[in-house]
Design a protein around this ligand. Sequence first.
Ligand code: HEC
Length: 128
Amino acid sequence: MPKAPSGASFVGSRRCVACHTDQGTQWSQSKHQKAIADANEQNVLGNFDKARFAYAGTTPSSFGATASSSHERMVPDGKLADFEVKYTFGVQPLQQYLIELPGGRMQALSIAWDTRPKNENGRRWFHL
Ligand code: HEC
């Protein structure tokens, strides 16, 4: 994988908006602004309140009580382990969750949250 140029770092969107005001306003009102976000209580839409999910005969995934300390049991390398959800990914009509694997790799869970209203068959976990 190519390395970032030495000395380069993420400056954040505020720096850009200082000059690109119109683009900043449009972007802040779009879903792109929420495309990836810290997995905190404000950003996590899925129900992590001790939710359980079984798929195709595999061990049910279980989730922690609060979003900020949410973990999912999954099976990379065949071993069960707990992983902290680091980032939310997307906002509508579904939200995915990213965990960090060794080597700084971000992995999306195979289970996502349907963010549509309940009367549209949303507000539920599903396997991608
Ligand atoms: C100090 C003011 C300033 C800041 C801060 C700034 N830009 Fe720019 N940016 C400009 C100017 C001036 C241009 C050239 C506009 C032109 O040629 O019409 C430009 C051009 C661009 C273009 C090319 C637009 C095109 O039509 O080809 C992109 C993309 C861009 N900026 C993104 C960013 C991003 C992302 C950031 C933040 C990381 C950022 N800019 C921060 C002043 C700034």
